[in-house]
Ligand binder design. Structure first.
Ligand code: GDP
Ligand code: MG
Length: 183
């Protein structure tokens, strides 16, 4: 689908601690449908600095075509020094934690706060994402407590895996659908 056909453009940011899988999730969504090979892992030793964005057009169910402009932090989340311009005009945020990393879950409130502090009167729509759902045997955040956190912050919760391509499309589609309903 040509992005030029789209009536709306939604700017969406992915936020969360380093190594939770944000870039993998994005690449899976943008590049990979079912049956495609696992995306190349990011080289752990060389985090790129700056901001990167990807885009994908999407036909909303019973709605218009939209272009998602997907913004990824590229290393700065490690130092919590994300430039304010990253948040400018963001209408949706995927707050991502790694379900095998307790700290990344505990930091979700901080990431949420950081976005809220940069928002104008039009508040962004959030979705809480528990990533790496393929690693059930080492998971240390239960679905119940994640649901509870999401509810207390006024957002939905979803579990995803870029490795197994589980719920990846659904997560972005759900966020885009919620944004559209709020327009
Ligand atoms: P980012 O720093 O949040 O952008 O995280 P990356 O996308 O660079 O991923 C960090 C590490 O987690 C890499 O080694 C990825 O291969 C791995 N990873 C990403 N997604 C998944 C997943 O769904 N399952 C598993 N098991 N590993 C993943
Ligand atoms: Mg990354």
């Amino acid at each position: 689908m040509e992005a030029g056909d789209c009536r709306y453009q939604f700017r969406i940011a992915l936020l969360g601690d380093a190594a939770v899988g944000k870039t993998s999730l994005l690449r899976r969504y943008v590049e990979g449908g079912p049956g495609t090979p696992e995306p190349e892992p990011e080289p752990e030793s060389a985090p790129t600095v700056g901001v990167e964005f990807y885009s994908r057009a999407l036909q909303l169910r019973a709605g218009p075509r939209v272009k998602l402009q997907l913004w990824d932090t590229a290393g700065q989340e490690r130092f919590r020094c994300i430039t304010r311009s990253f948040y400018r005009n963001v209408v949706g945020v995927l707050l991502v934690f790694d379900m095998t990393n307790r700290k990344s879950f505990e930091h979700i409130r901080d990431w949420h706060q950081e976005v809220m502090a940069t928002q104008g009167p039009d508040k962004a729509i959030f979705l809480l994402v528990g990533h790496k759902s393929d690693l059930q045997s080492t998971r240390c955040v239960s679905a119940e407590e994640a649901e509870e956190l999401a509810a207390s912050l006024g957002m939905a919760f979803m579990e995803t895996s870029a490795k197994d391509n589980c719920n990846v499309d659904l997560a972005f589609d759900t966020l885009a659908g919620t944004i559209q309903q709020a327009l």
